[in-house]
Design a protein around this ligand. Structure first.
Ligand code: GLU
Ligand code: ZN
Length: 302
């Protein structure tokens, strides 16, 4: 009897899942560092998955730049880097499983037809046969709450029908949607804990619903604050946040630890990245991570 409960819970596995649309910046370093430290302080594995699903938005060389930046900041991952561009068969299989449950429909609505509407109005909900014209595939969401516990932000609940509506799982251009791919891959890679920016909080109920529909094990979520740029908006690759510089890795890590509330000792300033990470790994405290969704910290690095 003893130990059977513990033996049944899968070992901790975390991941960082960047989209190669630009170089690493301070905001993505925070997400990578928080998920890395949480994984390592649990004695867990930490994976990197390249979310190169959206070919039109991909920037040549960005994937390699991100991996180089991770290494320069001492964030070494376990196992091979999985690329979503190689995983179409798995996403297609997941769509087939959803179709078997009669959850999918074909949508021919154009962007201009949907402009200004708060959620998808259900126009094509009954279309179960693929039309000859170009179309997206949407999933029918239930008229009920999806609830989950965020390890940092506390209990969350979304009414998918009201807050988001039937959402796209395969786009009109034939690409699989991020929401589907992330759920399929987290399960396939046996990820147990997701730590990421709070800008993805609004996607979480959709992902939980997809995981439930596909009968996949639920993952634990924690959403860390998103750093605002000088204009008060989220730092993002699309908004030209300054890329991290190789020569300032130690300073960037020190600042990232401070932004995560970890208060590194003053004499750690300028220490080699592996020493800083070693300190951080042994002193990692969830309770010190700020709980707001957008941090007022203004990022002036770079
Ligand atoms: N690829 C997503 C992004 O870079 C993150 C996905 C996730 O962490 O779930 O915004
Ligand atoms: Zn439609």
């Amino acid at each position: 009897m003893a130990g059977s409960a513990a033996a049944s819970s899968p070992p901790y596995c975390g991941r960082f899942a960047p989209s190669p649309t630009g170089p690493m910046h301070f905001g993505s370093l925070l997400a990578a560092l928080a998920s890395y430290l949480d994984a390592r302080s649990h004695g867990g594995r930490w994976l990197v998955r390249m979310e190169d699903l959206d070919r039109p938005r991909e920037r040549p060389g960005a994937a390699d730049d991100i991996l180089t930046a991770l290494e320069q900041h001492g964030l070494h991952w376990d196992g091979p880097v999985i690329r979503q561009s190689t995983r179409d068969a798995a996403y297609a299989a997941a769509l087939a499983r959803l179709a078997e449950q009669d959850l999918l429909f074909y949508c021919t609505c154009t962007r201009s037809q949907l402009r200004g509407l708060p959620v998808y109005p259900g126009t094509c909900r009954q279309r179960r046969k693929a039309p000859a014209t170009s179309h997206a595939i949407r999933i029918r969401v239930p008229d009920q709450h999806v609830s989950f516990e965020d390890r940092l932000q506390g209990p969350q609940s979304e009414q998918l029908a009201r807050d988001c509506g039937d959402f796209i799982v395969r786009r009109r251009d034939g690409l699989f949607a991020y929401q589907l791919a992330v759920v399929v891959d987290d399960a396939w890679q046996q990820v147990t804990h997701v730590v990421r920016g709070a800008d993805l909080m609004d996607s979480t109920a959709r992902q939980r619903f997809l995981a439930d529909s596909l009968r996949l094990a639920p993952v634990s979520f924690a959403h860390i604050p998103v750093i605002a740029g000088p204009d008060g908006r989220k730092l993002s690759k699309r908004w030209q946040a300054q890329p991290l510089q190789p020569g300032t890795a130690s300073a960037s890590l020190f600042s990232a630890l401070s932004a995560l509330g970890q208060a590194p000792p003053a004499d750690a300033w300028g220490a080699p990245v592996n020493e800083l990470l070693d300190w951080a790994h042994h002193h990692w405290r969830w309770s010190a991570v700020p709980r707001e969704r957008q941090s007022s910290l203004i990022c002036g690095l770079g």
